[in-house]
Design a protein around this ligand. Structure first.
Ligand SMILES: [Zn+2]
Length: 312
């Protein structure tokens, strides 16, 4: 009898120490995604918004981006996250989604459509593993979307992972509609701006600054769509870019070209927090995988940006 009481007490203590009872209701998303452990701090939705060529310096110098500034005030951010080199598009977007640098994934140039050097590993699809595939593999029922303006983006994530994949000149309309209809668990929305205006009129030119205000409005619409879909409280929104720029170009080693914003907003993101740790483009795949409770492949070198989140 005494043994039974001790055993019961131990069980009760163990239950209490576990700190939570893990029930995932799945009420927000049509495709129910099971959570494995006591991970209720994690979001059910990760929404990635990329602005090609948005330089950190424009924000530091006071760019009129009220929505982004609001997300920064209510979330966590850094204006010192760096590109890999060269500070060009495809190689950096690839690093963002593939969790490592060009030496491993092999997409080395601004417009690489396939690895230019032999990737260190390939997965069952013959591709270097990206965060979309890793998440899909773990949760085949998860709703995954990928909406992009520049056709070069199509080569940088695994089509087998995405339920919805669209190359469009109107990312905002497509994203708003998709979010409201499907309530995606993971969604990338990647704009081809302000890069195009930067190349034409110059980085931080009046035209460039006008364009980023326009993009800020697009961001506002995406946040509103998450709210309308009823999933904002269960979402983490990531806003970032692939590189900055100087004069009418980028690709080099100046900080104007290499420093990009990384902004996290949403469920369990620290409020008004400045990320002090060093971060590089490839840390974003690692962060998204961590948020989605996905084990990163060994070949990834990126590290989750844990400091931006409250995990207890
Ligand atoms: Zn770019």
């Amino acid at each position: 009898m005494k043994k039974l009481i001790v055993l019961s007490a131990c069980l009760i203590l163990a239950f209490c120490q576990s700190g939570c009872v893990c029930i995932s209701t799945g009420k927000h998303n049509e495709k129910h995604v099971e959570k494995e452990s006591c991970s209720d701090w994690r979001p059910e939705h990760v929404i990635f918004v990329g602005f090609d060529g948005l330089c950190a310096k424009s924000i530091r110098d006071g760019a009129d981006m009220p929505t982004l500034r609001d997300l920064m005030a209510k979330g966590s951010s850094t204006l010192e996250s760096r590109t890999i080199l060269p500070s060009s598009s495809a190689c950096n977007w690839a690093s963002i989604f593939m969790g490592s640098g060009i030496e491993l994934h092999g997409y080395t140039t601004w417009g690489s459509k396939a690895p230019d050097l032999e990737p260190r590993v390939v997965n069952e699809n013959g591709r270097y593993p990206d965060v979309f595939w890793q998440y899909h593999k773990k949760n085949p029922d998860a709703e995954i979307g990928y909406i992009f303006e520049w056709d070069g983006m199509d080569f940088l994530t695994d089509p087998a992972a995405t339920d919805f994949r669209l190359n469009t000149k109107d990312c905002t309309t497509a994203a708003v509609q998709y979010i409201k209809e499907k309530k995606p668990n993971l969604c990338g929305v990647i704009y081809d701006q302000p890069d195009a205006v930067g190349h034409k009129d110059g980085w931080r030119s009046p035209e460039y600054m006008a364009k980023i205000l326009e993009l800020d409005n697009a961001l506002k619409e995406i946040i509103a769509a998450l709210d309308e879909a009823g999933i904002l409280k269960e979402s983490v929104v990531i806003v970032t870019s692939d590189h900055g720029g100087i004069d009418k170009g980028h690709g080099g080693m100046k900080m104007e070209e290499m420093q990009r914003p990384v902004v996290f907003y949403g469920k369990n993101v620290k409020k008004g927090y400045t990320i002090e740790e060093s971060t590089v483009v490839y840390d974003l795949a690692a962060t998204m995988a961590w948020l989605l409770d996905v084990e990163p492949p060994q070949v990834w070198t990126g590290r989750p940006i844990r400091s931006a989140f409250k995990t207890k």
